[in-house]
Ligand binder design. Structure first.
Ligand code: SAH
Length: 392
């Protein structure tokens, strides 16, 4: 069981430890500095993309990020109950969707494979679902792919790995993603008074990486938003929105559903949510490029709008779908029986084990832990009714 006081990826950034970092330059840092010196500053989104997915020096393409040995802990690594509950949810959605066969279960960014394994334990309690299952894992990291293969090796199920969504089958798909969208790049814009400028990564006088103000960008505030104040930072993740639009488009065409969990916000807000995690502590996002995790909070309103817009294009389709308002992770897990599952799991266990289960419940659903910060968004067939999502 992990330390409940440990920061998870949703906490606000704390850059105080920059001075404590070893005086070393990563290979990617050397390359970035050369690139910027010759080509000029780069957007925060390009900086994130290079740090996370550069084929040679990117964090996800080279490191072992998750778990006690890595840099952060995620909900499936806290307790098996998380994956089991999501499994029960996906099974009910499949059952209420007319049980399409094959049952293509797709996980985006499956980490160590723990969530998939726990989901499958719950889903395969339905024999017809077990027979129809075909699993798909969309993963960019070669090391994590290997871990997933090992984790799932003893399960007698057809499984395929994909580098992106492009190669997924043209069939009803049931998507799950936990802490996937937060590692997709965000653009940051800074309000300078009259205009909105791209926030960029450049070099300071000493030649170190530094944030700066870049070219003017067009910004269209939503009509329900107050105008941002001078100095405010706005974020947008076109990469996340493009993936959500792709998913919604596929579902509208062929059917299926999606469940997306991440830390983020539903009421559009302004602010810098870019953060770095290293060895279970906060770090400066500009330190050690490629050697630490970089994330941003997920804008669930933007993702829900994007999915709804895509579904609206398919108005009158044979697979009418809906995007209910996102709910908190705490609401989702408690509605789907987290306390009952905890009680079941604790039966005839030692006092210490029961305490560990209780602490996992707190961590996953407690309002001051992951319960409120993490949100759950679903794309569901209109015919499906599953609390806590009000479908209409
Ligand atoms: N879902 C897991 C892991 C979250 S970490 C869990 O909850 O434990 C993010 C995961 O997304 C990792 O598996 C990472 O390698 C993967 N990932 C990051 N960027 C990706 C991309 N662009 N395409 C596919 N997978 C990506």
């Amino acid at each position: 069981m992990s330390d409940p006081t440990e920061p998870h990826r949703s906490n606000a950034p704390d850059t105080a430890n920059r001075a404590l970092l070893p005086d070393q330059e990563t290979p990617l840092e050397t390359r970035l500095k050369r690139m910027i010196a010759t080509g000029g500053p780069i957007s925060v989104a390009d900086y994130m993309t290079l740090c996370l997915t550069d084929p040679e020096h990117g964090y996800y393409t080279n490191a072992q990020p998750i778990g006690q040995e890595g840099d952060f802990i995620t909900a499936p690594e806290i307790s098996q109950m998380f994956g089991e509950i999501i499994g029960i949810f996906m099974l009910s959605v499949w059952q209420q969707s007319g049980r399409p066969s094959p049952f293509h279960l797709v996980e985006l960014g499956p980490g160590r494979g723990t969530l998939m394994r726990d989901m499958l334990r719950a889903i395969t309690t339905d024999e017809a679902a077990a027979r129809a299952l075909h699993i798909h894992l969309v993963e960019i990291s070669p090391d994590l792919r290997q871990e997933q293969q090992t984790c799932l090796a003893d399960l007698p199920l057809p499984a395929e790995w994909h580098g992106s969504l492009k190669t997924l089958p043209d069939a009803p798909l049931f998507f799950v993603a936990n802490e996937f969208f937060d590692c997709l790049p965000v653009h940051q814009w800074i309000v300078t008074g009259e205009a909105v400028h791209e926030r960029v990564v450049g070099l300071d006088k000493e030649g170190a990486l530094a944030f700066g103000v870049g070219p003017i960008r067009a910004y269209h505030a939503r009509s329900d938003q107050a105008a941002p104040e001078k100095g405010a930072i706005l974020e947008k993740s076109p990469a996340s929105e493009a993936i959500m639009a792709d998913i919604a488009g596929r579902l509208a065409l062929r059917g299926g559903a999606g469940l997306f969990i991440d830390y983020g916000y539903v009421d559009a807000g302004f602010g810098d949510t870019l953060q770095a995690l290293k060895a279970h502590g906060h770090a400066d996002p500009l330190a050690l490029p490629g050697k630490q995790d970089l994330t941003a909070h997920v804008n669930f309103s933007a993702l829900a709008d994007c999915a709804r817009a895509e579904l609206a294009k398919a108005e009158g389709s044979a697979n009418p779908l809906t995007v209910p308002d996102p709910v908190t992770q705490g609401t989702f897990l408690l509605n789907l029986g987290l306390l009952e599952r905890a009680g079941q799991l604790g039966t005839s266990k030692s006092h210490r084990e029961q305490e560990a289960i209780q602490s996992a419940v707190e961590r996953l659903a407690g309002p001051d832990q992951m319960g409120n910060l993490f949100k759950t968004m679903a794309i569901l067939p209109q015919a499906v009714t599953i609390p806590p999502f009000s479908v209409g």
